[in-house]
Design a protein around this ligand. Structure first.
Ligand SMILES: N[C@@H](CCC(=O)N[C@@H](CS)C(=O)NCC(=O)O)C(=O)O
Length: 213
């Protein structure tokens, strides 16, 4: 398998955690987002959406969209499972993951911030207010969803899964953008637990070969 990613892309980070949990190590092709590598013709040929990540299967199919990649990995390598076995909890886990992947992440994405700073000429304090607003709203909703559940080591039980895979890169992004998460005790406890698992620790942006301070 071959994976196109970038050290601090949170949707790439999700996939890296899943690779570690599933025990696979796809060949890594770095795409430098800050330098516009996603728009280069060679990557646009891989993913016409010009977004990371992308994963080429051993059969040569290219998959895009991290949630689709994660579910494909889970279906083709079922152990350890990323989703619980009962449909109701699966729906809760997917809902939690989608709060992050569909509602928070798109609003903090590089191209959105570049549009705010460029064509919309927003000053840096407005961009920071934008980031704080949407990341705080989304993570506060996640904290509220967790508060309805029994306290467990990870978001939905005592083994890590899809919800944690989406949550941990989002917490990293919040830290990177300087967004306060101190009012989110359940999320912070899960974040600490996940750092103890090698699949999460090894997937951290700082551990990647294309890491830049
Ligand atoms: N929903 C997509 C999001 C993909 C995405 O937005 N990727 C970001 C990096 S996390 C990207 O490539 N951004 C490049 C840009 O904004 O130009 C997924 O989950 O894979």
């Amino acid at each position: 398998m071959k994976y196109w990613g970038y050290f601090r892309s949170s949707s790439s980070y999700r996939c890296r955690i899943a690779f570690g949990l599933k025990g696979v190590a796809p060949d890594f092709v770095p795409v430098h987002l800050r330098l516009g590598g996603q728009k280069a013709p060679e990557f646009a040929a891989v993913n016409p959406q010009q977004l990371l990540p992308a994963l080429e299967t051993d059969a040569g199919d290219v998959l895009i969209q991290s949630l689709a990649i994660l579910e494909w990995l889970d279906e083709t390598i079922p152990t350890p499972p990323l989703l619980p076995s009962d449909p109701l909890t699966r729906a809760h886990v997917r809902g939690f993951a989608q709060v992050i992947a569909c509602e928070i992440h798109p609003l903090q994405n590089l191209r959105v911030l570049a549009y705010l700073r460029g064509p919309l000429a927003q000053p840096e304090d407005a961009v920071q207010a934008w980031l704080a607003r949407w990341i705080t709203d989304g993570l506060t909703a996640c904290e509220g969803l967790l508060a309805r559940r029994p306290v467990t080591r990870f978001a939905f039980g005592d083994t890590p899964g899809l919800a944690d895979i989406c949550l941990i890169p989002q917490v990293f992004s919040a830290q990177r953008f300087g967004v306060d998460t101190s009012h989110l005790p359940r999320i912070n406890a899960i974040y600490e637990q996940c750092q103890l698992i090698s699949a999460f620790a090894d997937a951290h942006p700082r551990q990647q070969p294309d890491w830049e301070p």
